[in-house]
Ligand binder design. Structure first.
Ligand SMILES: [Zn+2]
Length: 285
């Protein structure tokens, strides 16, 4: 925090830290401990703060095998955004992480109890409202940090880019940033070894023992073109997997999760930093 603080306010030293705030000597001024997290900031700080970019974490509320919480994608988006923003902030990037959107596209899981579907058309409306605020207030860069395979913001970005020509809109899937094979034995599509390891590291209080997890076995499409990846159709989740997982979680560990989290957040932080520091008129070379 020391370095973050110095980069924010130069010579002033914090005197007391409590309740997530820095109380400053000689000033009636509060700086949040994490000045890159909007939900932890107050208007007294925000009204004079300058940000080059906003980050919008986007999750989903859905079953994750028997052993992990419905909020897994939400929590991953929150923790990865926050840590990547911290690293980028320490290198001088000025960005603010917005509260995560908790609902994703779960049309294929319509019959999984309490998987909450947000349709793509609703997501478009939510995204439009957020971008409208940023555009009006002169924060012309938005990074969507996506946690959920069913979410796809690319066509929305094309459409909204036409409506908001000053904005630079980008989306990234943190789970594709680094090759999983370097860290995990079994490929994870949903609630498998990678996600379980991450959650064992980030929120062990919410993960049940691995002995309670299903094996994450999943059927594949019979259609060759879809298996080859050049044709696509939505999977009907409950016909594909019994335990809602796609990917075997049983080799997961906290240690694997920690290593992977550090690698992913470092890589995502470089992207955050580059977006912040590259002028919109100089994006191509
Ligand atoms: Zn997930």
């Amino acid at each position: 925090m020391g370095r973050e603080f110095e980069s924010l306010r130069g010579h002033i030293k914090p005197v007391v830290r409590k309740h997530g705030w820095l109380f400053l000597s000689g000033l009636d001024y509060l700086v949040p401990m994490r000045p890159y997290i909007l939900a932890e900031s107050n208007w007294k700080y925000i009204k004079d703060a300058n940000f080059d970019a906003a980050v919008l974490p986007w999750g989903a509320c859905e079953a994750h095998n028997y052993h992990m919480p419905y909020g897994t994608d939400i929590l991953e988006s929150e923790y990865i955004s926050a840590e990547a923003a911290r690293l980028a902030w320490d290198r001088g990037a000025r960005l603010t992480v917005l509260p995560p959107i908790p609902f994703g596209v779960n049309t294929g899981q319509f019959d999984v109890k309490l998987d909450i579907n947000m349709n793509p058309s609703t997501q478009l409306a939510v995204l439009r409202d957020v971008i409208e605020v940023l555009d009006r207030q002169g924060i012309y860069k938005l990074i969507i940090l996506n946690s959920h395979g069913g979410n796809d913001f690319r066509t929305m970005i094309r459409e909204l880019g036409l409506k908001f020509p000053k904005m630079f809109l980008t989306t990234c899937n943190w789970f594709q940033a680094i090759d999983q094979k370097q860290f995990f034995e079994n490929k994870d599509d949903h609630a498998g070894e990678m996600e379980t390891s991450l959650m064992m590291y980030l929120r062990p209080d919410l993960v049940r023992p691995l002995s309670e997890a299903g094996d994450g076995a999943a059927k594949k499409f019979k259609l060759a073109a879809i298996r080859e990846g050049w044709a696509w159709a939505e999977r009907k989740w409950t016909q594909v997997t019994k335990d809602t997982g796609v990917g075997d979680p049983r080799k997961a560990s906290k240690e694997k999760g920690e290593k992977y989290f550090k690698a992913v957040t470092e890589k995502v932080s470089v992207f955050f930093e580059e977006v912040c520091k590259t002028p919109i008129k100089e994006l191509y070379e």
